[in-house]
Ligand binder design. Structure first.
Ligand code: GDP
Ligand code: CA
Length: 309
């Protein structure tokens, strides 16, 4: 690895929404132009008001464009919600919040897809108009919806489970639809010196990517590091801490997430106090990366750690 990770280093980051976007933002600042490609989960994509919504792509795009709010993981800072208020007034489905400025993204995407453009191409175009100059690739161009089977036996679309019903206890997570990653994603992984698995939810953000054909094999043959989304036994955000015991039977911990990625990793980053006796080298440092300063500091440390593997 030490030879490869120099100035010509090529890094592929696998990301979901919030945890993914935070690390991607740090990597984006810590790496030279052209060195980073982001592969984003599309298992959360769904249709709402006739629009194609890609929550994780949007979170990553808005974060890199500097448009994300500080206090919530979706949408655009300072956005207004006139359309949503009108939906509420007219009794139209209003459980999913869409801001007025944010709506342009969904309208543009839906229109371009209807004209036959691929999601990869639409995403590149959206990035261009938002001034984001790093490649952001959807994991696939075809639908691959994540479905949540609850312990009560309901079989739900991901956003409905998370947003509408507020994450009831899960029995199983299923990935439906295509098994094919895009050729752009496979090419980026073939050219990568390092794969970074962001501190995203392993079940609903990273697994949809990992279980596509050819992805896990490519990760095994490349130096790969992951960052724990669990700090001190708790998820920094979202339902992961309850999902871990529900799905794996293990208590929520950085170690439980590492066990989930068994066989894929060459290194793993945990928060101070979360280290454990495992089979891969650990980087024990501050992995709480809410602020921009912490993001770039941690991303630089992570790259340094990867160089040493
Ligand atoms: P989502 O699609 O918005 O749920 O986003 P992700 O799957 O990418 O991120 C959710 C995960 O990110 C949660 O399990 C959080 O614990 C984790 N996360 C969020 N912020 C941070 C952070 O600052 N540091 C770390 N290590 N994990 C984080
Ligand atoms: Ca997501």
């Amino acid at each position: 690895m030490s030879e490869a990770i120099q100035s010509d280093l090529s890094v592929v980051a696998l990301a979901g929404g919030v945890g993914g976007a935070r690390l991607v933002d740090g990597l984006h600042r810590a790496l030279p132009q052209g060195a980073l490609t982001v592969v984003v989960n599309t298992g959360d994509d769904f249709q709402h008001w006739g629009l194609h919504i890609s929550p994780d792509l949007d979170t990553v795009m808005y974060t890199l464009a500097g448009l994300s709010p500080e206090d919530r993981g979706w949408g655009i800072e300072g956005d207004t919600f006139h359309v949503l208020a009108e939906a509420e007034r007219r009794g139209v489905d209003d459980w999913f919040q869409l801001g007025d400025r944010d709506l342009l993204t969904h309208l543009t995407r839906t229109g371009a897809l209807a004209r036959g453009d691929s999601l990869t191409r639409v995403t590149a175009e959206l990035c261009r108009t938002l001034g984001v100059d790093r490649p952001i690739l959807p994991m696939t161009d075809a639908p691959r919806p994540t479905r949540m089977v609850t312990q009560g036996g309901d079989d739900l679309v991901f956003q409905e489970w998370l947003v509408k019903l507020r994450a009831p206890a899960v029995r199983e997570v299923r990935h439906e639809g295509t098994h094919e990653a895009t050729s752009e994603v496979l090419k980026a992984l073939d050219a990568a010196d390092l794969v970074v698995i962001c501190p995203s939810n392993p079940y609903v953000s990273i697994n949809p990517i990992l279980t596509l054909d050819g992805i896990a094999d490519r990760i095994r043959s490349t130096t790969s590091v992951a960052v724990s989304p669990i700090v001190g036994g708790k998820a920094v955000k979202g339902p992961l801490a309850t999902m871990l015991p529900e799905i794996s039977g293990r208590e929520p911990s950085a170690e439980a997430v590492a066990m989930h990625y068994e066989g894929l990793l060459d290194g793993y980053a945990v928060h101070p106090g979360d280290s454990f006796e495992g089979s891969v080298p650990l980087l024990e440092t501050n992995i709480l990366i809410q602020s921009k300063e912490d993001r770039v500091l941690f991303a630089s440390e992570l790259l340094e750690f990867a160089r040493s593997l």
